[in-house]
Design a protein. Sequence first.
Length: 417
Amino acid sequence: MPVTLRLVLLGVALSCLPFPAPGQEVRSSSDTTPRHIGHFHVGLTYHDYGLSIGNAPRVNGLRLNFQDAGLEQVNGVNITIWEPKKPLHGTVNGFALGGIPSGADLNGISIGVAGVVARHRARWINIGGFGVVSDGTIDGIALAGFGVVADGHLHGLTVAGLGAVTDGDAQGIMIAGLGAVADRGMRGIVIGGLGAVTDGAARGILVGGLGAVANRGITGLGVGGLGLVTDQELQGIGIGGLGTVADGGARGLAVGGLAVVTDGPMIGAGIGGLAVVADQGIRGIALSGGAVVADRGITGLSVGGLAVVADREIRGVALSGLAVVSGRRISGFSAAGYRVDSPEIRGLNIAGIYTKTMDLTGVSVSAYNRVRGTQTGLTIGIYNSARVLKGIQIGVLNHAKNNGAPFRWLPIVNVHL
């Protein structure tokens, strides 16, 4: 065997052994004092340029090593078999390849059979069989069979078989088989097979197979297989398989298989299978198979299979299978299969059985029209009653308390102009 080749093989073998420094005794495993880092290597280099085999601290070119320790910098290609000794040191600019390529900073293309680990930053392209992990940030493309984890931000394209997690913010495209999590917000496209969650705001497209949650608001498109939830405002389109919940209000289109609920105002369109509920009022379109409910007013088109209810004014078109109820006033067109009830009604009202109001201005059609105050306009029904009539009653029996006898009770038509 040639002498040169023997020396190369000897160098590789020696670089894998934990030699103590000269004059230093072997320490027990319980000794936590820093060890001396040996940099034995065989280098076919000139001023650190060329080929190095072993634990060379600095190389410009190709570096081959079994296990890194105390790495300073590689510009070119760094190939290591085993995970490095901690703490992680050094910068690799170029290619970092091997079992678990690691370093303080990885700039370029890093591919690890098991994974890729960076202490400060991993950027450009990082591919790990199991995971890509950074105690700092990840920028660029990160692909992992199991997980991608960054203590800092996660920017670029991230794809993980199980989970993608960052303690910072996520920007770009983030796709995870189970969950995508960002503590400080998401911007771009985020898809989690089970869930997509952020403590910050989500801007762009947020999709969770079971749930999508953004504590500080959603702007754009949010979709949750079971639920879509934000503690603040939803702006854009929100779809929840069971429910869509926005504590700070909803602007745009909100859809919930069972319900759409907001503690703030709902502006735009809300569609809920059983209920649409807005604490601070609804402006726009609200459709529900069950009930449309607003603690304040409703303006626009509201349709409830069972009821449309507002503590304050209902303005526009309100349609319900059973009841339309307002705590203050109904203005526009209201129709209910059973009952319409409001202190004041203005416009056209149709109720299958019963209309109850203090003051009516306009037209009301119902089996029983009960106006406990002033009726200004026309009522049509079986029985019509008004304390003060300023218009016409048409029905089987009509009662106008402000008419003198014998015109107070009349069949067919009663008039007071």
